[in-house]
Ligand binder design. Structure first.
Ligand SMILES: *Cc1c(COP(=O)(O)O)cnc(C)c1O
Length: 867
C-alpha cells in the first residue's frame, strides 16, 4: 500500500545523549573521523543501513535502544567528550584569527553547487566538490565565511546502466526535513521567506535552509514552498535543470535571492555584513546586480557610483576554458525578467551592457554570465597557473590594446580538503609513527621516515579495500542491468589486489576523453593481460543527461569491459559520487587523466589521489602542468604541433600506452628495464619484494604535493591575494558615505569620455651613442596630448626589452615617465631614463594608461593608448 501523506517524526534523544543531535547536524562529522566512529559504534549494523548518515542513523535506532545508550556511562562520556571537542573547534582562535584588523569581518561565497558529503547530494562534479572543500578549509582555518547556494529537490541525477550500457538517470526526491539542515525562522517562529518579482505579476518565494559546515554556515534557497505556483516551486527542482528560462531563474534566485537571504541572516544572527563577495563561476553573478540595487535604493548612489562600490569588494573566479561551460542567455530574455521589477532602481539597459559581448568575435545579442562576472568584480582569477594564462587569452577581447599577459585575471590553484579526502589509514600511520600531532600540523615531509615495507603494505591494504568495493558495486550494477545472481559469480573475483591498479573517474564531457584508452583496443587488451606486468582499470563517470556523445562514450567503454576476456581486469562503476571517490582515490596506484590540453581548468581528482600516495599519469594540463616535477608521476606528451583532432588522439593514446608498457608497469612490479634496451628490451627478470623506486616516488609525492594541493593552501591564497585586498578596496570606496566611490565613478566617466583624444604625439630618445652598450642609460621623451585630463590622471610608461623580428617586445621591463614640462594646450612632455641591461636587439615603446589609486590594475578600465 501507498501512504497518502508523509511526514517526518523527529527523534527525541534522551537528555544524557542529547548532544548527538548537534553532532549529527554539524557536517564537521563528514571530515572528523572520531565523530564518525562515535556514530558507527552506537549501532554498527544500522550505521551501514543509514549509509553512514548520522541523522538517519538516529532515526533508525529504536526508542528503547536510545534509552539503553543513555543509561550507559561509557557512551554518555564519549558523547559528552565529542560535543566538547566540537564546541572547542567552533570557538577557538585559528589561523585567520592571527591576521589582524585588515582581514575582512565576513566573506560571502556564492556557488551554484556544494559537494560536502554524499548525505547532501547538491553537486554534479568538480565545481561543487571544490566549493565544499573551500567551505571546509575556511572552517578549519577560522575564516569567517558564509556560503550561499540553492537547495535542489533532487540534486543531481543518480546514474545506472541499461542492459545495453546506455546511461539511465533517476532523480530521487530529497526531503529537507531528513537532511542535516535547519530552516531559518523569524523570531516569531515563522519560516523566513524572501521574494523576487517575476514577469506577468508572478512571484518567486523561497525559504532558506542552513547547513552547518563546521564553523561556516551555508544558506540554501528553496523555491518549493506553498506560496509559489507550480512553475515557481519547480525552479530549484534539480541542478542545472533544463535550459533557457529555468536555468536563468535558478541563477536569478541564487544571485539576487542569495543576497536577500544573507541580509535576513545578518539581521537574525547579528553576523557582520560581508566585506567581500566571492562569485564562484558565472552562475552566481547576479549577486552583483542585487548589491547595486541595494546601494542605489538606500544610499542614493547612481549606477556608476554603485557599480564602483560593488566592484571594489567583489571577487570573480572563472572555472572553465570550454565555451559550452559558460552560461549565455538571450539578452532579450534578461530584459524580460528585469522589466518585471527585479531591481527597480537599476536601469535595465545598464544590466544588459554588463553581459554584452561587445568585443571582436562576440555576439552582441547574447548576455554572457562570465563577461558580467568580470565586469562586476574588481578582482578575478582562474584556478591554476595555466588556466590563468588561458583565461587571459580567452577574455582578452574585454581589454583591447593590452597584451594577453596584462589582462587582469590572476590565478589561485585549486586544492582539496585533506581531512575529507585522505584515507583514515594514512592519518593513522602518521599518528602511529610520529605521535598524535603529526597529522594536525601537516608534516608531510615525515613520509620520508616511514619504512618502505610499511608504506607498501599500507598501499596494498588500500588497494584491497578498493577491490572489495568494486566487486560489490559491480554485482549491484549488473543486477540493475537485469542479470540474475546465477550469472554473476564472476564478479566475486574481479580485479586482483596485487595488480597495478589505475583509476580514471570524472564527468564525461568530450574534452576529458573518457575513451582515449580505447583508441587501440588490442593494445589496451595486451596491457590488461600482460603475463608479467598486467594492469587493471577502474573507471567511473556521469555524462550530462543531454549529452548523447558522452553517453555513447560510456556505452563504448562499458561494452569493452563486458568482454569476458578482460572483464576481470577492467570495470566501469556507475554512479560516481563522493562515497565512491573516497575509496577509489586511495585504492588506485596510478591516477590517469588525459584531457585535451588546455581545456582542463585545474582538475582536482589527481590531487585527491596524490595525498593518498597514488602517482599521477596525466597530460600536462591544469594543476599537473605546474606541479609535475619528474619524480611524482608521469607526463603524457601532448601533440600540440597542429595535428588534427584524430591524429592528436592517435599520438597521445600511443604515448599513453608506451608509458604504461615501458615505464609505469615495470616500475610498479619492481622489474627494471635495462637502460637503452629499446622497445623490446629484455627485463632483468628479477623482481623486488618492495619496488623501491615506486615507493620513493610515493614518498616524494606525499612530501611535496601534500602541502601544495591542500585546500588550506588554496583558501590562504584567496584570503591573502584576493579577499584581503578586496576588503581594503571596499572599505575605501564606502568610507565617508561612499565619497571615494563617487569620486571614482565621476573620474571614470571623465576619463572614458576624454580617452579617444589622448595620444602620444612623438617619442624621442637621447643618451645612447651609435654603438650602444650594456649599462648605457637611455633617456626617453614622450610628448603626450592629454586635452582635458591632468598629468596625474595618467600613467605614462616606457616598456623595453628584447625586440623580436616582428618588433614584438618580449620580457618587457617597465618604467614610469614623469612630467618634465607643461607644453600648454593640454600637451605635456613626459621623460625618464632606463638602463640598457642586455645585449642584442633592444626595443622600447611608450604607452599611456588611466591612473588612480582606487584601480586594482592599470588594465582595469580596459583603456590604453600606445605610441
Ligand atoms: C574530485 C571529484 C570530481 C572532480 O574531479 P576532476 O578531476 O576535477 O574532474 C568530480 N566528482 C567527484 C565525486 C569528485 O570527488
Amino acid at each position: 500500500m501507498k501512504a497518502i501523506r508523509r511526514f517526518t517524526v523527529r527523534t527525541v534523544l534522551p537528555e544524557p545523549i542529547a548532544p548527538l543531535a548537534r553532532l549529527a547536524k554539524n557536517l564537521r562529522w563528514s571530515w572528523h573521523l572520531p565523530t564518525r566512529e562515535l556514530f558507527a559504534a552506537l549501532n554498527p549494523e544500522l550505521w551501514e543501513e543509514s549509509r553512514h548518515d548520522p541523522l538517519s542513523l538516529l532515526g533508525l535506532i529504536s526508542r528503547e535502544e536510545l534509552q539503553g545508550l543513555a543509561a550507559d556511562p561509557a557512551v554518555v562520556k564519549k558523547v559528552q567528550a565529542a560535543a566538547a571537542n566540537l564546541d572547542k573547534y567552533l570557538q577557538e582562535p585559528r589561523w585567520y584569527q592571527s591576521l589582524g584588523a585588515e582581514a575582512p569581518a565576513c566573506i560571502a561565497y556564492f556557488s551554484p553547487e556544494f559537494g560536502i558529503t554524499e548525505v547532501l547530494p547538491q553537486y554534479s562534479g568538480g565545481l561543487g566538490i571544490l566549493a565544499g572543500d573551500h567551505l571546509k578549509s575556511a572552517s578549519d582555518l577560522g575564516v569567517p565565511l558564509v556560503g550561499v547556494g540553492l537547495l535542489y529537490q533532487a540534486g543531481y541525477f543518480k546514474q545506472s546502466l541499461s542492459r545495453d550500457a546506455w546511461q539511465q538517470e533517476t532523480y530521487p526526491i530529497l526531503d529537507p526535513d531528513n537532511l542535516p539542515l535547519t530552516l531559518l525562522r523569524e523570531e516569531d517562529g515563522s519560516a523566513v521567506q524572501i521574494s523576487l518579482p517575476l514577469p506577468n505579476g508572478r512571484q518567486l518565494l523561497a525559504h532558506i535552509w542552513r547547513a552547518d559546515v563546521g564553523r561556516v554556515p551555508l544558506l540554501l534557497l528553496d523555491s518549493n514552498v506553498p506560496g509559489n505556483d507550480d512553475a515557481a516551486r519547480g525552479i530549484t527542482d534539480r541542478l542545472y535543470g533544463g535550459g533557457g528560462d529555468h536555468r536563468l531563474q535558478q541563477e536569478l534566485l541564487l544571485g539576487m535571492g542569495g543576497v536577500k537571504a544573507l541580509r535576513v541572516y545578518q539581521r537574525l544572527t547579528g553576523t557582520p555584513a560581508p566585506e567581500v563577495f566571492h562569485t564562484n563561476e558565472g552562475h552566481a553573478g547576479f549577486l552583483g546586480i542585487e548589491r547595486i540595487q541595494e546601494l542605489m535604493a538606500t544610499s542614493g548612489l547612481n549606477w556608476a557610483e554603485a557599480l564602483a562600490a560593488g566592484r571594489a569588494s567583489t571577487v570573480f573566479t572563472t572555472h572553465t576554458p570550454v565555451p559550452a561551460g559558460i552560461d549565455r542567455f538571450d539578452a532579450e530574455q534578461i530584459r524580460h525578467f528585469f522589466d518585471a521589477g527585479l531591481a527597480p532602481s537599476v536601469p535595465v539597459d545598464s544590466v544588459l551592457e554588463l553581459g554584452r559581448e561587445d568585443y571582436e568575435g562576440g555576439d552582441p545579442a547574447v548576455f554572457n554570465m562570465a563577461v558580467m562576472g568580470l565586469r562586476l568584480a574588481q578582482r578575478a582569477n582562474g584556478v591554476a597557473k595555466l588556466h590563468g594564462v588561458v583565461s587571459r587569452e580567452m577574455f582578452a577581447g574585454l581589454w583591447p590594446g593590452f597584451d594577453h599577459s596584462e589582462v587582469p585575471i590572476t590565478s589561485v590553484t585549486n586544492g582539496v580538503h585533506v581531512p575529507t579526502w585522505v584515507d583514515p589509514r594514512i592519518g593513522q600511520l602518521a599518528r602511529e609513527n610520529f605521535g598524535p600531532d603529526a597529522e594536525e600540523y601537516g608534516r608531510w615531509d615525515l613520509a620520508y621516515n616511514v619504512s618502505d615495507e610499511k608504506l607498501w603494505s599500507l598501499r596494498r591494504e588500500l588497494r584491497v579495500s578498493l577491490v572489495e568495493d568494486v566487486r560489490r558495486r559491480l554485482r549491484s550494477a549488473w543486477k540493475k542491468r537485469g542479470a540474475a545472481d546465477a550469472e554473476l559469480a564472476w564478479t566475486d573475483s574481479v580485479l586482483d589486489p596485487d595488480v597495478l591498479t589505475i583509476g580514471f573517474a570524472r564527468r564525461v564531457p568530450t574534452y576529458k576523453r573518457l575513451t582515449l584508452m580505447l583508441r587501440d583496443p588490442e593494445r589496451l587488451k595486451a596491457l590488461l593481460l600482460h603475463p608479467e606486468h598486467p594492469i587493471q582499470l577502474v573507471i567511473a563517470g556521469k555524462s550530462h543527461p543531454a549529452d548523447d556523445a558522452g553517453k555513447k562514450m560510456i556505452q563504448d567503454l562499458v561494452r569493452f569491459t563486458d568482454d569476458p576476456e578482460v572483464r576481470h581486469r577492467i570495470a566501469f562503476l556507475p554512479n560516481y559520487d563522493i562515497a565512491m571517490a573516497r575509496t577509489l582515490f586511495p585504492g588506485c596506484d596510478v591516477w590517469l587523466n588525459n584531457p585535451l590540453r588546455p581545456l582542463e581548468a585545474c582538475g582536482t581528482s589527481g590531487m585527491k589521489a596524490a595525498i593518498n600516495g597514488s602517482l599521477n599519469l596525466s597530460v600536462l594540463d591544469g594543476w599537473w602542468d605546474e606541479m609535475y616535477d619528474g619524480e611524482n608521476g608521469w607526463a603524457i606528451p601532448t601533440a600540440n604541433n597542429g595535428a588534427s583532432p584524430e591524429e592528436r588522439d592517435d599520438i597521445e593514446a600511443s604515448a599513453l600506452y608506451e608509458l604504461l608498457e615501458r615505464n609505469v608497469a615495470p616500475r610498479f612490479y619492481g622489474t627494471t628495464v635495462a637502460e637503452g634496451a629499446g622497445a623490446a628490451g629484455p627485463s632483468s627478470g628479477a623482481r623486488e619484494a618492495v619496488p623501491t623506486h615506486w615507493v620513493s616516488m610515493i614518498k616524494h609525492t606525499l612530501a611535496n604535493l601534500g602541502p601544495a594541493v591542500s585546500a588550506d593552501r588554496m583558501v590562504q591564497d584567496y584570503v591573502q591575494k584576493l579577499y584581503q585586498p578586496a576588503a581594503i578596496s571596499g572599505r575605501k570606496t564606502n568610507a565617508s558615505e561612499f565619497a571615494s566611490a563617487k569620486d571614482l565613478a565621476a573620474w571614470t566617466t571623465k576619463v572614458r569620455g576624454a580617452w579617444p583624444q589622448i595620444h602620444v604625439e612623438h617619442v624621442d630618445s637621447a643618451g645612447v651613442s651609435d654603438e650602444p652598450q650594456i649599462g648605457d642609460t637611455l633617456t626617453v621623451n614622450a610628448y603626450v596630448a592629454l586635452h582635458d585630463l591632468a598629468p596625474e590622471d595618467v600613467l605614462v610608461e616606457v616598456a623595453y626589452g628584447r625586440a623580436e623580428e616582428s618588433d614584438h617586445i618580449t620580457d618587457a621591463s617597465l618604467a614610469e615617465l614623469g612630467v618634465a614640462e607643461d607644453l600648454g594646450n593640454g600637451r605635456y612632455l613626459f621623460s625618464g631614463s632606463v638602463q640598457i641591461d642586455r645585449s642584442g636587439s633592444f626595443g622600447y615603446t611608450v604607452r599611456v594608461f588611466p591612473k588612480n589609486s582606487a584601480l586594482a590594475s592599470k588594465a582595469e578600465l580596459g583603456l590604453v593608448t600606445n605610441a
